[in-house]
Design a protein around this ligand. Structure first.
Ligand code: GLA
Length: 563
């Protein structure tokens, strides 16, 4: 590896002079400790892979000041406390953001007489422990930064941890630090694996659970060796607040999907959402793609000045759920032609999140299929738009017209219940109540049953007969709805958003008119949806069309797509 990283092309805000100064220091043979300081406790002997430490089982979420402040004076105790307050007040803590992380420039240039690190007395007059106490009092965690070199990266000569690993790790633990970002500057040419492994061992020796973030910018392909060393590792150089930077980093990080998993993540750097250099559409793409890539979600904007749009993006629970899915898969590229990207992420519940991402400067139609996204064959698919917060069904086609630089983010699940609609019960032999008994229909994950069978059971509870005759079905479904709405598919054609055959479960629970023509379109759109062969448009019976006309209430069941 290079003796000193090239700093001039990186948009980190530091001065070239700083980098040169660091280089001179290095060239002049500044003392590079050949070995680390030593473990001070017996625990040091019991080293295990960092990814086994039970931390970062989903990608870390939180805040880091670097992208918004760099080393400017506004990075100080008041800011850090203010961010912690906002995490709580604005519901970000509730949404999963947990770590409040200090980046470079928190330290005094000199270690004290005992060789210990001390906080910059102007920025942090009460010391780091006081900040940790405050952050902890809010139910949050504190992160800190140093470099696996003799100095940190900012160029003003702040102390790094190379050769002081055990003492510095212990210092961090004593202050109550929960997360360490370990940078790569002034590394004196010491082998990266050795430097980062030494700090891992030092952190473990403290006995305190500390998430370990390796920040060597992907220079030594950490995705090939760091799963046993750190909980996350940077895969690229620094992000900056521009479309080009974000795009380039995304493209470097996407091919590394196989390396990511619970406890060990690819880190394409912190979020720029809200910093002003991109449009909100571009920031939604940034947030969408970071989530699909199971990247750490570290907010990089000063939330004290953030717009409502920024909060809306960063707080989108449905997108956060993609990032935080416990299966821990990073999404993979299904296709990318002419700047039209399809990236799919497997989710623990079997669904797939599909990002239709438009790299180009004009609106594009982007299409794929449920099969290409990795879903099993099914009668129909439930599709949840994670930015529009709407749900609809398709027969397997996944497509949207995506604005320039935009991303349509869809969570698609095989819809095993669709076949029960809109023809109602009794249309599929495998779902018929046998001898009037309870239909063998799988319950939802949450144990609920919905749709006609739920109504059926409800009717049983009211001593209604089971095995209702076809001619009574419509009336009974209607009656049932008075107890509890059935999950229905209603048509809400929305050609403007490019969805054809769009069958929306109305969330407002308001009646949606369904015409005979709509009914035929519904039944004709999903081959085999009613069992025993596809009802062609011309084959649609009057009874089925009439039944559909009654299905006018939305289910109102959120989370349906998560089955
Ligand atoms: C490096 C890192 C950045 C930031 C700065 C601080 O450039 O990659 O994320 O921590 O150092 O100086």
């Amino acid at each position: 590896m290079r003796h000193l990283p090239t700093r001039t092309t990186r948009a980190s805000g530091r001065t070239v002079i700083g980098a040169l100064a660091a280089g001179l220091l290095c060239a002049a043979g500044a003392t590079a400790p050949a070995v680390a300081d030593s473990p001070t406790t017996a625990a040091a002997a019991a080293v295990s892979p960092q990814s086994d430490n039970g931390l970062a089982l989903t990608p870390p979420m939180g805040f880091n000041n670097w992208n918004s402040t760099h080393c400017r004076a506004e990075f100080n105790e008041a800011m850090v406390k203010g961010i912690a307050d906002i995490f709580v007040e604005k519901g970000l803590k509730e949404a999963g953001y947990q770590y409040v992380n200090l980046d470079d420039c928190w330290a005094k240039p000199q270690r004290n007489a005992d060789g210990k690190l001390e906080a910059d007395p102007v920025r942090f007059p009460n010391g780091i422990e006081a900040v940790a106490d405050y952050v902890h009092s809010k139910g949050l965690k504190l992160g800190i930064y140093t470099s696996a070199g003799t100095k940190t990266c900012d160029g003003t000569g702040l102390p790094g941890a190379l050769g002081h690993e055990y003492s510095d790790a212990q210092q961090f633990a004593d202050w109550g630090v929960d997360y360490l970002k370990y940078d790569n500057c002034n590394n004196q040419g010491v082998d990266a694996k050795k430097r980062y492994t030494t700090m891992r061992d030092a952190l473990q020796a403290t006995g305190r659970p500390i998430v370990y973030s390796i920040c060597e910018w992907g220079e030594n392909k950490p995705w090939e060796w760091a799963a046993d060393v750190g909980n996350l590792w940077r895969t690229t150089g620094d992000i900056s607040d521009s479309w080009g930077s974000m795009l380039s980093i995304m493209k470097q990080n996407l091919p590394l999907a196989a390396a990511a998993g619970p406890g060990h993540w690819n880190d394409p750097d912190m979020l720029e959402v809200g910093n002003g250099g991109m449009t909100d559409t571009e920031y939604r793409t940034h947030f969408s793609m970071w989530s699909v890539m199971a990247a750490p979600l570290l907010i990089g904007s000063d939330l004290r000045k953030a717009t409502p749009e920024t909060f809306e993006i960063l707080s989108n629970q449905e997108v956060i759920a993609v990032d935080q899915d416990p299966l821990g898969k990073q999404g993979t590229v299904v296709s990318s032609t002419g700047g039209r990207w399809v990236v799919a992420k497997e989710m623990k519940d079997g669904s797939r999140v599909v990002a239709l991402f438009n790299e180009t400067g004009s609106a594009q139609r982007i299409s794929t299929t449920a099969k290409e996204a990795g879903l099993p064959e099914a009668d129909a698919y439930t599709t949840r738009d994670l930015w529009q917060h709407t749900t609809y069904n398709t027969a397997g086609g996944i497509s949207a017209t995506v604005p320039a630089h935009g991303t349509v983010l869809l969570r698609v699940a095989a819809d095993s219940k669709w076949a029960a609609y809109p023809c109602g019960r009794g249309t599929r032999p495998d779902r018929q109540p046998v001898g009037g008994g309870r239909p063998q229909r799988p319950a939802d994950d949450d144990g609920h049953r919905s749709g006609p069978y739920a109504c059926h059971e409800r009717l049983r509870g009211s001593h209604r007969p089971v095995g209702l005759a076809d001619r009574g079905a419509v009336a009974d479904r209607h009656r049932c709805r008075a107890h509890r709405p059935c999950a229905d598919h209603t048509l809400a054609g929305d050609a403007s958003r490019g969805h054809s055959h769009r069958y929306v479960r109305s969330e407002a629970q308001r009646p949606v008119p369904v015409t005979d023509r709509d009914a035929r379109a519904v039944l004709g759109a999903v081959p085999g949806a009613c069992g025993g062969g596809a009802p062609g448009r011309q084959q649609l019976s009057e009874r089925s069309a009439a039944a559909l006309r009654f299905q006018r209430l939305g289910s109102g069941r959120e989370g349906h797509q998560q089955r």
